[in-house]
Design a protein around this ligand. Structure first.
Ligand code: ADP
Length: 533
């Protein structure tokens, strides 16, 4: 009897141990589970919530267990925010049907304003008597995966939209099997494989329009078909892409109707997670019009250059042709003048003077036209070197000006305040600049004076030519350096000249890194200041 009791006691205590053990296992499963577990009694009051529910809903166990399944504070809706009817709540459906329900989708707004998207399964707790004593609900937090899915869909839509509405042509081509492309690969063989097995899988409308093609002309096609017009060049281009991973090239392409177009494209390889190449995508722009336009520009420039060359050759030739006989006329008239001067009357003497001064004027004009054309056609021989501004330039040119000033009855002075008169520039150009400025100053001064000031300012040399002549109007000052611009024009013009002098001066200044400034007042005089930097 004692033994029997003992055995029963032992069995009881081992069942109790087992139960305690199972309870412990259940507890630790429920506490560590990544799925929420809620238990409600048959009245709908929540009597148990595991840690996952606490964490994901941001409420304590006590806060949860004081609520019923339909507590308004749950703020339960469908995923899209629509009202969730009471009769569809998992608890109600389980209690009413006595059966389990699956994958009921809820959106729950949390106390902090954020929300969770959850899927709920619920099952009845059925007593031995067959009576339902409550409901166990398992809650899957699907917020992250639903959000990610939504984002992916959005970005796919965005890409699709971009793809469809882009003005550039897009395509994606994929290999039948991804390939490894590295130092160990037989690349020539791979390119052959690629040309037979990389198929266009997606194109946009702009791409089809570029090629004048329909979807079926492109989709599924491999390069061996689409590159039929120039397979070797195509292979070279693709080899380059596979080597570099990305290329940007201009290629000649053939449209479906056989016409040729120029395409500027960017191409990029697509790789899988093992870094094997899966194919590539391309973005293409038809630049035929641009290329044609550029070619036209090049042709026009070549033509212009050729005609510029012809023009300057013509000018050089003509000036030689005019100069030679002109020099003969001038020197012959000089000779005749010397022979006859004392024996002829004043009228004839004036004619001699006329022949000579007009001849010299013609030579100056021809020289200036020639120099201008040299500069414009860039055939001017710019030759900077070190020289002495006073000894090698000013001294050279002043004498005829002094005589001219005396004959016009105006003062002509040169003030040399230079502490250093050597400079580095093209001497001929500097001479032309100063010559032209003094020439104009004397020409446009009827009385008073012309004064040339030379000075240093740091390393710079400044040459100012100041006159008390007719001056220049404000409006004309802005045009003064344009070729052939003269303030007074036409037959009433009182002064000689062709309007080229100052534009030559400006060009020579630019070539020698010099600035030129003008100040002038109508009727008072002008100052031209050249700063050799
Ligand atoms: P031009 O052969 O007519 O003198 P330039 O190019 O040397 O040609 O000068 C252009 C114009 O600038 C002149 O026609 C004249 O109207 C004006 N100009 C130039 N220098 C002076 C000056 N020192 N005084 C007044 N006007 C000047």
């Amino acid at each position: 009897m004692v033994n029997l009791l003992d055995r029963e006691n032992k069995e009881l205590s081992s069942t109790k141990d087992k139960l305690i053990n199972e309870q412990k296992i259940l507890k630790s499963i429920s506490e560590t589970s990544p799925i929420g577990i809620l238990v409600s009694n048959k009245e709908g009051k929540i009597i148990f919530a595991n840690t996952f529910v606490e964490k994901s809903l941001g409420l304590s166990k006590d806060e949860i267990t004081e609520r019923t399944y339909n507590d308004p504070r749950w703020d339960i809706t469908y995923f899209n925010g629509d009202y969730f009817p009471e009769e569809d709540m998992p608890f109600r459906r389980v209690i009413e049907s006595g059966k389990s329900v699956y994958d009921i989708e809820h959106k729950i707004v949390l106390p902090d304003g954020s929300y969770k998207l959850v899927k709920v399964n619920a099952s009845p707790i059925v007593e031995n008597s067959g009576e339902t004593s409550g409901v166990v609900s398992t809650i899957f937090d699907v917020t992250a995966s639903i959000e990610a899915e939504k984002k992916l869909k959005e970005s796919e839509e965005l890409l699709e939209n971009f793809f469809a509405s882009s003005m550039d042509g897009f395509y994606i081509s994929l290999l039948d099997f991804p390939i490894r492309w590295d130092e160990k690969s037989d690349k020539e063989k791979l390119i052959d494989y690629i040309f037979e097995h990389e198929r266009i899988v997606k194109v946009n409308q702009a791409f089809l329009k570029q090629y004048n093609a329909e979807n079926e002309d492109m989709i599924g096609k491999v390069p061996i078909e689409t590159f039929s017009h120039n397979i070797e060049e195509g292979k070279r281009g693709w080899f380059d892409l596979y080597e570099k991973g990305q290329t940007r090239v201009v290629t000649e392409e053939k449209k479906m109707d056989g016409t040729i177009m120029w395409v500027e494209g960017t191409y990029k390889l697509l790789r899988d997670e093992r870094s094997y190449i899966r194919g590539h995508f391309g973005i293409q722009r038809d630049i035929t019009n641009r290329i044609n336009f550029e070619q036209e520009l090049i042709n026009a420039r070549n033509k212009a250059e050729q005609s510029e060359r012809l023009k300057s050759e013509f000018l050089a030739q003509m000036s030689h042709e005019i100069r030679t006989p002109l020099n003969i006329i001038i020197s012959s008239s000089e000779f005749i003048k010397n022979e006859l001067y004392d024996n002829v009357d004043d009228d004839l003497r004036t004619l001699f003077y006329g022949i000579q001064s007009s001849g010299k004027r013609l030579i100056v004009t021809i020289d200036q036209i020639l120099k201008m054309s040299e500069i414009q056609t860039s055939t001017y021989d710019h030759n900077p070197r070190s020289f002495d501004l006073v000894n090698e330039v000013i001294e050279n040119i002043v004498l005829p000006f002094k005589n001219l000033a005396i004959s016009k009855g105006i003062d002509f002075t040169i003030n040399n305040n230079l502490t250093e008169s050597r400079m580095l520039a093209d001497k001929d150009a500097v001479e032309q600049i100063i010559y032209n400025l003094i020439d104009n100053a004397i020409k446009y001064t009827l009385e008073g004076s012309v004064q040339v000031d030379l000075e240093n300012q740091g390393k710079k040399k400044i040459v100012s030519v100041r006159d008390t002549g007719i001056g220049i109007s404000k409006e004309f000052l802005s045009k003064i350096f344009e070729p052939f611009s003269q303030e007074e024009q036409g037959y009433t013009r009182k002064f000689e000249g062709n309007g080229l002098g100052l534009s030559l001066v400006k060009k020579y200044c630019d070539l020698n890194n010099a600035d030129i400034l003008v100040e002038s007042k109508k009727g008072k005089g002008s100052v031209f200041k050249v700063i050799f930097n």
